[in-house]
Design a protein around this ligand. Sequence first.
Ligand SMILES: Nc1ncnc2c1ncn2[C@@H]1O[C@H](COP(=O)(O)OP(=O)(O)O)[C@@H](O)[C@H]1O
Ligand SMILES: N[C@@H](CCC(=O)OP(=O)(O)O)C(=O)O
Length: 377
Amino acid sequence: MSAQVPDRASLDRARCVVVKIGSSLLTNDGRGLDEVAIGGWVDQLIALRALGIAPVLVSSGAVAEGMVRLGWHSRPSELHELQAAAAVGQSGLVQCWEGHFARHGVRSAQILLTHDDLSNRKRYLNARSALRTLISLGVVPVINENDTVVTDEIRFGDNDTLGALVANLVEAEALLLLTDQEGLFDADPRSNPDAQLIEECDADDPRLDAVAGGGGLLGRGGMATKLRAARLAARSGALTVIASGRQPDVLLRLLRGESLGTLLKPEHAPITARKRWIAGQLQVRGTLVIDDGAVEVLRTHGSSLLPVGVRQVSGRFKRGDLVVCVDERGERVAKGLVNYDIAEAELIIGAPSREIEARLGYVESPELIHRDNLVVL
Ligand SMILES: Nc1ncnc2c1ncn2[C@@H]1O[C@H](COP(=O)(O)OP(=O)(O)O)[C@@H](O)[C@H]1O
Ligand SMILES: N[C@@H](CCC(=O)OP(=O)(O)O)C(=O)O
C-alpha cells in the first residue's frame, strides 16, 4: 500500500486500522451503553482480525455514559463535572468492551492518553512502543482521552483528532470514523433534508471547510473535527472514512472496498507523506558527517544509513530527533530521524551493525537512520 496514493480498493490490503466510535452511537443517543450495538462492533473487529488486520479502537462515550449513571440530563459546562462524569462512565465503558472481547477469548486493554503523551517526543515513543507491543500480542487497544485529568491546555478536545494521531502513531493505513450519519454531506443533514452524501474527496480540498458543521448534544466536534482528523491522518498517508456505525457489517464492507460513507483521501502515499513531513521539519538537533561510500549509497540506492558509514557526530540529539547528514566537505546530503541518541551514536559510529550489541549492550536497530525516515536533499 505504500507505493501509491491509497484509494478505496487499497483498504482491502490494510494491515492496521484505527476505528473510532462516537458517543451518540455508543450510548444509544444518550440513553446508556448500547450493549447490542457494542457487541456487534466487537464481532466485526474480531472478523477483521481473522483477516489479518489489527484493529485499534478509539472509544468515546465516557462523559455521555457517566451522565446517564449520575442521572444528569444535560451535559455540564464545568470542567470538574465533566471530569467526574468521565471517571464514572469510563469504567463502565471499558468493562463493556472487555466483556464483549472476552466472549471471543480476545483480550483488550484500556489506554487513556492526554495531548502531552503524544506531543512530548519521549512519551510519544513510549506510547508507540506500548501500543505496538499490545498489537503484536494480539490485544485490542481501547483508547480514550484521559478526560479525568485533562485541563484545557493538555486536551485533544475531541476523539476524532485523537484517532488521527493514534493512526499516525501505529502507522495505520486507515482511520474509520463511525458516527450517527451515513457520512459527510454537502450540508448538515439534521437541518437540510436535501443534503447529498459526498462519496469521495481529497481530504485537503478547501471546499469541504464550508460543508462540515458542528456536532450534536452528546459528542463534541461534529463533522468539522472529523474533517480536521482526516487531514491529520492524510499527512501520514492514511485514508479516512466517515460512515454510519449502524450500517450492518460496516467495517467488513469498508475493508472489502465497498463504497460506503465518505472517503477522504491523502494526496500522497504513506512513505512520501512521511518524507515530506521530515523534509519540512526545521529543528535539526545534530549533524552526522558521513563518508563517501555512505554518500554514494544514500544518493544512488536510497539505502538506510548504517553506523559504519559515519565519521563524526555532533549536536544534542535524542532517539527520534531530526539530524542532518553532511559529507566530509560539509555539503548537506540528507535529513532523517535518528535511531540512537548522541551518546549512543558516538559509541557505534564506524562499526559494523553486528557490533552494536557489544558496544551498547542492546540493539535498537541495525541502522542509524532507516531509509523510510531519511530524505536525500
Ligand atoms: N456536512 C455534514 N454532514 C453530516 N453531518 C454533519 C455535517 N455537518 C454537521 N454534521 C453533524 O455532525 C454530527 C456528527 O458529529 P458528532 O455529533 O460529533 O458525532 P460523534 O459523536 O459520532 O463524533 C451529525 O449528527 C450531524 O448533525
Ligand atoms: N473523551 C470523550 C469523548 C469526546 C468526543 O470526541 O466525543 P465524540 O464526538 O462523540 O467522539 C468521552 O469519552 O466522553
